[in-house]
Ligand binder design. Structure first.
Ligand code: AMP
Length: 581
């Protein structure tokens, strides 16, 4: 891990990697092919050859479903060189699902080293921006490791985060540099874990230099949890006694070692939390914090504004673009606003290719014509949209990750990308197709109508209700008042109807055409009561999602998830006029 003294080495390495991006990419591909051209999978296409041209001409572009049978055989314990010659030491479980189950991504020892290197580089960037925070205090990072599961043959299945936290080096770092006790991080009960992590984070409030988690949703969930539990947390701090419902032995043992009665501290926290408005609560509770360390790009960008409200001016830092398949890029400008963040690809992590796709205001991702061959990392063009393909050291070849990225610039010779959207997240009731970014744009425009009235859109999601003909778009909104956390102000129905109309106006041309032809019925906003999105998250976690990986979604399809939100609806509004185009 970088120290203050060697952080400059990390910065130097970033310069070298980005300058030599082309040569490094060539070497990475060469190494992967030399090691693996005789695997069962590659020899089908490469016939033992190892040159790039043969790879590009013969190896097909694939999705998870194509390689699933091979991965399944490795998971079942076959040790012949199926996809990769190195041993598969574990599988990363991805939140993208295949037939309702998490996808399994093979991991070799090398992948661990790459992840460690990526975090070393990130630390260098953070030291450059914020100074060596580890010398001035501790980080409050809400981490929730998932218990390991195993494949039929006994290979571990873990989330990327759990895998990082299991590493002995990371465990030691958590102990030293973070407020959260590792026992709480590894508790199998998320609620007890959250309580204990917040409790210890609060007792050390004057030492905390950053607040965060993996994704913005988890930080917001922690704030909601705090709203619901701050009196109890304060009472624990006052008396030095942990609540009886914390029964997890690891949590109890470690907290009882740290927790001492501190009535003065409890009173000051209680006083801050009793405030009518929770604007800036993070800064008030942790006054030395310099940043919120949580990814707020892509589908997380819908939470950026709410997080800013609670942050009281703290910058939200989205550090890394990483998936279960590979580490992809890092953010070289930690202070960029969430909507401006770009990730610079690290050419040593995998061999990256980019499939050009069309994207403009009127065309949705599903309508994008297939536009040519994939290009190499250094050959992408500024402003162009691409779908990402990875070829990894762990046996994925020309694999579609499912993400759409846009080139925003270059650092030396390495391109920088804005995360645009995940492919296939769409609303559709006819042949209209609305992508996630189309929906984000429509919601962003509509919610500005509510701002003068003191409302903030806390969370939203959507689904295409096709139970009646014609079908219509349903958008669930959870609203919150800026000034009054008890939410006593009434919503103005006229404004809400305006919001529905505004959304329709900013949707695609196809949508508007169908809407004018009555092939799509009026768009509906269903306002749900406070806490509804926590209930939704609880549901997904109960279904096996890892809290730290849960990103929410702009669109839900599960009947149960829709039912959860429907049972919490407090008002419904419909668009009253057809959109012009
Ligand atoms: P998982 O494999 O479950 O960890 O999910 C990986 C996916 O999360 C990626 O393919 C992206 O769609 C999304 N993701 C990861 N990092 C970011 C980021 N920094 N910004 C936006 N989306 C991200």
């Amino acid at each position: 891990m970088a120290t203050t003294n060697d952080y400059e080495d990390g910065l130097k390495m970033i310069e070298e990697l980005t300058t030599n991006a082309e040569q490094i990419q060539e070497q990475v591909l060469q190494q992967i092919l030399e090691r693996n051209s005789r695997t069962e999978y590659l020899s089908r296409f490469m016939n033992g050859q190892t040159d790039k041209q043969c790879f590009k001409t013969n190896v097909p572009i694939v999705t998870y479903e194509d390689v699933k049978p091979y991965i399944g055989r490795i998971a079942d314990g076959e040790t012949s060189n199926i996809l990769v010659t190195e041993p598969v030491v574990e599988f990363h479980t991805s939140t993208g699902t295949s037939g309702g189950l998490p996808k399994l991504m093979p991991v070799t020892a090398e992948i661990h080293d790459q992840t460690t290197l990526c975090f070393t580089l990130l630390r260098s960037l953070m030291i450059k921006q914020f100074g060596d925070l580890d010398k001035t205090g501790k980080r409050l990072a809400l981490f929730f490791a998932k218990p390991d599961t195993e494949t039929a043959s006994g290979i571990k299945k873990r989330t990327v985060l759990t895998s990082i936290l299991k590493d002995p080096g990371s465990r030691a770092a958590v102990f030293k540099l973070y407020t959260s006790p590792i026992e709480a991080v590894f508790s199998s009960d998320n609620k007890q874990s959250m309580f204990c992590q917040l409790l210890i984070g609060l007792t050390q409030r004057d030492d905390v230099v950053s607040v965060g988690s993996t994704f913005a949703t988890v930080v917001l969930r922690a704030i909601k949890f705090l709203e619901d539990h701050y009196e109890e947390l304060c009472s624990n701090i006052k008396t030095g006694r942990l609540s009886n419902w914390i029964t997890d032995a690891g949590c109890r043992n470690v907290v009882s070692l740290i927790l001492k009665p501190n009535p003065e501290l409890a009173d000051s926290i209680q006083c801050i939390c009793n405030c009518k408005s929770w604007e800036g609560i993070l800064k008030k509770l942790w006054p030395k914090a310099k940043l919120i360390d949580a990814i707020a790009t892509g589908s997380m960008s819908q939470y950026a504004e709410t997080l800013e409200f609670y942050g009281g001016g703290l910058p939200i830092v989205s550090t890394v673009y990483i998936c279960s398949e590979a580490v992809c890029g890092i953010n070289l400008e930690p202070l960029s606003k969430p909507f401006d963040v770009s990730y610079t690809f690290l050419p040593n992590m995998a061999y990256f290719e980019f499939l050009p796709v069309n994207k403009d205001g009127t065309t949705t991702s599903e309508q994008i014509p297939f536009n040519g061959e994939p290009v190499d990392l250094v050959n992408v063009r500024l402003g162009q949209y691409y779908e990402l393909l990875v070829t990894t050291f762990a046996g994925l070849y020309r694999y579609k990750v499912g993400d759409i990225l846009m080139v925003t610039g270059f650092r030396n010779n390495a391109p920088q990308f804005q995360f645009v959207e995940r492919r296939n997240i769409i609303l559709s009731v006819d042949t209209d197709k609305t992508s996630e970014s189309d929906l984000i744009k429509a919601v962003t425009e509509a919610k500005t109508l509510l701002e003068p009235f003191g409302f903030i859109l806390r969370s939203y999601t959507s689904y295409a209700d096709t139970s009646a003909i014609p079908g219509h778009y349903v958008i669930f909104w959870e609203l919150m008042e800026k000034e009054d956390v008890d939410n006593t102000k009434d919503l103005d129905p006229m404004i809400m109807v305006e919001c529905c109309c505004k959304m329709e106006e900013s949707l695609s041309l196809t949508y508007k055409i169908y809407r004018r032809e009555d092939s799509i019925a009026a768009l509906e906003i269903r306002v749900v009561k406070q806490g509804s999105f926590e209930a939704l998250m609880d549901y997904y976690v109960s279904q096996g999602a890892a809290l730290n990986q849960y990103k929410g979604s702009s669109c839900i399809k599960s009947k149960d998830a829709i039912k959860i939100l429907d049972s919490r609806v407090i008002a419904r509004f419909f668009s009253t006029k057809k959109p012009l185009y």
